[in-house]
Design a protein around this ligand. Structure first.
Ligand code: SF4
Length: 225
């Protein structure tokens, strides 16, 4: 079985998952989006209302901001692979209304094997974690965004180069100068990731071959690694 076929099989398995209580309140499992051959994988926290409805990660306001900051780096979803640490929406339901909440540790633990298997099949060269929960899952459990954002971590079992940045939803919650600053930092961090892929390609060797295999896409697509 090819890795792409194995990823499809994993997705099919995940879509049926009942391993934690989030299965009871979800509408759709949100497994992935983008290019599974991409050298850069972006990992968020978990689905919100729009993602739960559509089954696609990062499609609400935060998703639109992510698309914009990717475009400002001459990238699109065709050049990256996008997934979340938790595949089903975490919410509390009261009086018929669902309100988003952070996934509980037990829910994150139940879902972690899907993310690990996903990354083992994708074999990213660079991972960008968006937000503290993704960074705590992928980089180290005591990750502190204010101190460690924008730094490279090179001891991850999931990819040779790993970084974390602000989650677009966090950026959108900021006002005034804080919004401008965090947005600019998110753009700069994506730029670092893009440049790292280019640097690896230029160095040659095994990782460069992995990056080269990942060349997407249509000629008309904007942007380039
Ligand atoms: S959040 Fe993960 S572990 Fe829980 S039901 Fe959804 S896919 Fe399964």
């Amino acid at each position: 079985m090819t890795e792409i076929a194995a990823l499809e099989a994993l997705k099919a398995e995940c879509l049926q998952c009942q391993a934690c209580p989030l299965a009871k309140t979800r509408t759709k499992v949100v497994f992935d989006d983008g290019n599974p051959n991409a050298p850069l994988v972006i990992i968020g926290e978990g689905p919100g209302e729009n993602e739960d409805r559509t089954g696609v990660p990062f499609v609400g306001r935060a998703g639109k901001l992510l698309d914009r900051v990717l475009l400002e780096n001459a990238l699109s979803r065709r050049w990256v692979y996008i997934c979340n640490t938790v595949k089903c929406r975490a919410c509390d339901i009261s009086e018929g209304r669902a309100r988003n909440r952070a996934p509980l540790p037990a829910e994150m633990a139940a879902c972690r094997p899907y993310l690990e298997r996903q990354l083992a099949l994708i074999r990213p060269v660079v991972i960008l974690c968006l937000g503290g929960p993704a960074a705590s899952t992928i980089i180290h459990k005591d990750f502190r965004m204010t101190q460690e954002r924008g730094r490279w971590f090179t001891d991850s079992p999931f990819a040779p180069w790993v970084m974390a940045s602000w989650h677009p939803a966090y950026v959108l919650r900021q006002g005034g100068e804080a919004y401008a600053r965090t947005r600019a930092e998110l753009v700069a961090d994506i730029d670092q990731c893009r440049k790292k892929v280019i640097e690896i390609r230029q160095q040659g060797g095994l990782l460069a071959r992995q990056v080269a295999q990942a060349e997407p896409v249509e000629e008309s697509e904007p942007g380039l690694f």
